[in-house]
Design a protein around this ligand. Structure first.
Ligand SMILES: [Zn+2]
Length: 237
């Protein structure tokens, strides 16, 4: 019942979003049928936010090996080129790679974005916490992140968002806008690291699935709004 209600609420904001089960069936099917990939030899990497609430979403694809965890706060692939290289070296012989990436945003039954009910908590909390914190800081136009060792990921995330600040502030729904901007940052970084590390791979094919994870209530399926599905031939990069 509740799941069905969420289905309506989520699709009002993200009309193309699919639930966890549909997402995995749809994209694993595409990999096998359209691209003839042997899914028994696929190593997965994820670049999603560290938040505990995202763990179930990365099990959409639990038939695959992994995951190699690339993401830190906000979902930015903080492991960088060294991480991409290590991942490349771990792929099964004659297999392929799969990278699942993107930011996340909570939604309540009332349709409020950026919020969710977490396990055993009465009040709604922020989701993504890192992005909602960044948003509250960027709303003050005198604010500038200061890089420091002890809050590296959050400061770096905020710094990466600065070029999108005006667009986010001008947007009707700032929580959604900062999430969309973060998707672009992650997508760009994943492509960049793939390109610079392509010689480290001993296989040719890398499947990318990027989009926005939408967190509903605890115990219910998350949704995924795919923005990019592509099977890249590394030889062509
Ligand atoms: Zn988060």
């Amino acid at each position: 019942m509740l799941q069905r209600k969420f289905d309506e609420v989520v699709k009002k904001e993200f009309p193309n979003a699919k639930d966890a089960k549909d997402t995995s069936i749809h994209y694993l099917g595409k990999m096998q049928i359209e691209h003839k990939l042997d899914i028994s030899k696929v190593l997965m990497a994820t670049s999603v936010c560290s938040d505990d609430i995202n763990v179930p979403s990365t099990t959409f694809f639990n038939v695959l090996f992994g995951p190699f965890v690339m993401g830190g706060l906000g979902g930015i692939p903080f492991v960088g080129q060294t991480g991409m290289t290590a991942f490349a070296h771990h792929i099964p012989d004659n297999g392929s790679a799969f990278i699942f990436y993107g930011p996340h945003i909570g939604i309540t039954l009332e349709g409020e974005l950026g919020k969710m009910y977490r396990p055993r908590m009465e009040e709604t909390g922020n989701s993504c916490g890192a992005l909602m914190l960044a948003l509250s800081r960027l709303q003050d136009n005198t604010y500038a992140p200061i890089m420091n060792d002890d809050d590296y990921q959050q400061m770096k995330l905020e710094e990466s968002l600065l070029p999108y600040r005006d667009d986010i502030m001008a947007s009707e729904n700032q929580s959604k806008a900062i999430t969309e901007a973060t998707y672009k940052i992650i997508d760009q970084k994943v492509h960049e690291y793939l390109k610079t590390c392509k010689d480290e791979f001993h296989v040719d094919k890398v499947t990318l699935l990027g989009g926005i994870i939408i967190n509903t209530d605890y115990g219910l399926d998350d949704y995924f709004d795919a923005r990019n599905f592509e099977v890249i031939d590394l030889k062509s990069l």
